[in-house]
Design a protein around this ligand. Structure first.
Ligand code: GLU
Ligand code: MG
Length: 465
């Protein structure tokens, strides 16, 4: 511990000197709570060495915060007592292009004795990545970020009440070049800010819903992918603010419209070789990749309580809205919850799968950790994939869906939370404290919105994530 602390201190001092030369005054240390909200403590840049050595204090009560900032309790967490230490990951300290004078670092949470906090979501993601590595497997993951942009009314930079009309700064059609022309400077600034922050942008484009856009970034290590999506979201938000705009990442911005997804792309490798590129296997899927995806598909109802964690998530999860609401997979099928992306054999963007159902209310660290846990359980239990589905299951009759064995994923948070509660593999992987805290937050969110109309849920959650 002593030499580790000394090394951290030394590294942090060098980093602080570099940041100060770049004009950085403050460093934001973020972590994401179980309701998917990115919470923060910020420090002056010159405190970075002290933070790297001893951490920054933050209460464990945030593990049972809900998305409306209310506080619930779980068997192990809640109440005013105790303290945790936030340790910045020095390897991820990034100067923020759209917040001059600021840098950002994701944080891991430890107790005051230096032991990992059992509900630390980022360490859960790392533990699952290491569990895969112990089996000789590597995951490469990446999130898509979708958001809806609106104009901030003059004099009202902060979101107004539920009745505030949404004023879109672009009127062009879905996927239309018109939107790119209308918001040309904004989209360029988003791309540039991400690039100078070391984010490898693959695409940025208009999406389907009014004011909706998407940015996709290169896949990488699962923890890195989760860090990246936090950084992407806060960067989009910051550039939006600088343009007099607001970004909503909420699952359902307007009830009935296509919502914002946060699809998770996942590829499996052994010894650097893709298990989605097996030369003689159907769709290139090596047996381990098949079992991994079979495990994920089996666990999807429980995984929804992680990937679609808000009552608002279930407003988005409508059939025929490209949100993947049926528990099935398909080759390049955008209505299947699990879309296999094959690409040409030499296509570096092919050879992985996409979980379409997840949204940006999800804690991305929980999402990657839980998906790895489900996939590894699939490998251990020799899970199989049923036949792939083509077409939109939503347009089939009930009987035809039943004949094909296609089941609807949970249509309410209650149902998803019940499935997570009963999932032995996810319970084991997350551990009692984290599993209990996530369930407590889900139950509190259900109760909070139990009597609310859909429009009220969308309005209350529109600007939360
Ligand atoms: N916006 C859609 C969703 O709710 C996804 C559109 C797409 O396929 O990228 O997930
Ligand atoms: Mg999209």
């Amino acid at each position: 511990m002593g030499s580790w602390a000394a090394q951290q201190r030394q590294e942090a001092r060098q980093l602080a000197a570099r940041l100060s030369a770049e004009g950085v005054r403050n460093v934001a240390l973020t972590w994401v709570d179980n309701a998917g909200i990115t919470r923060v403590k910020t420090i002056p840049a010159e405190r970075l060495a002290a933070a790297a050595e001893r951490g920054i204090g933050m209460s464990p009560v945030f593990d049972v915060f809900t998305s409306d900032d209310a506080i619930t309790t779980s068997e192990h967490l809640g109440g005013p007592d105790g303290d945790l230490r936030l340790f910045p990951d020095l390897e991820r300290v990034t100067s923020l292009a759209a917040q001059p004078g600021w840098a950002w670092a994701p944080a891991d949470r430890y107790d005051q004795l230096g032991l990992p906090h059992p509900a630390c979501q980022r360490q859960f993601a790392r533990r699952m990545t290491e569990r895969a590595a112990a089996a000789g497997l590597e995951l490469r993951m990446g999130f898509e970020t979708e958001w809806v942009v609106t104009r901030a009314p003059a004099g009202h930079p902060a979101p107004g009440g539920a009745d505030e009309p949404l004023d879109y700064p672009c009127a062009g059609p879905a996927y239309g070049m018109t939107r790119v022309v209308e918001l040309s400077d904004y989209l360029r600034d988003v791309t540039e800010a991400l690039s100078v922050q070391g984010i490898d942008v693959l695409q940025i484009h208009p999406e389907y819903a009014p004011g909706q856009f998407e940015v996709t970034t290169a896949p990488g290590d699962p923890v890195r992918a989760a860090d990246d999506v936090v950084l992407v979201r806060e960067t989009v938000r910051a550039v939006s603010v600088r343009h007099g705009l607001r970004a909503s990442f909420a699952p359902s911005v307007v009830v009935g419209e296509v919502g914002n997804g946060c699809h998770l792309h996942t590829g499996l490798y052994r010894d650097g070789t893709s298990l989605h590129r097996s030369p003689d296997a159907a769709w290139g899927l090596a047996p381990e990749a098949t079992a991994f995806l079979g495990g994920v598909l089996d666990a999807l109802p429980a995984l929804l309580a992680i990937g679609c964690p808000s009552p608002a998530s279930y407003l988005r999860l409508q059939p025929s809205h490209w949100a993947g609401v049926y528990q099935c997979w398909g080759v390049e099928n955008r209505e299947a919850a699990l879309r296999l992306i094959t690409g040409a054999p030499d296509d570096p963007d092919g050879g992985h799968a996409e979980i379409k159902t997840f949204d940006a209310a999800a804690n991305p660290y929980l999402a990657v950790g839980a998906v790895i846990a489900a996939g590894l359980h699939g490998i251990e239990s020799a899970a199989q994939l049923p036949p792939p589905q083509t077409g939109d299951p939503g347009v089939l009759g009930v009987r035809e869906r039943a004949r094909r064995g296609i089941v609807r994923l949970p249509a309410t948070l209650t149902e998803a939370a019940d499935r997570l509660e009963k999932s032995a593999p996810l319970h084991e992987a997350m551990g009692e404290v984290l599993h209990g805290a996530v369930l407590a937050v889900r139950r509190a969110e259900e109760a909070h919105f139990a009597e609310s109309e859909d429009d009220a849920i969308a309005a209350a959650t529109r600007w939360r994530w």
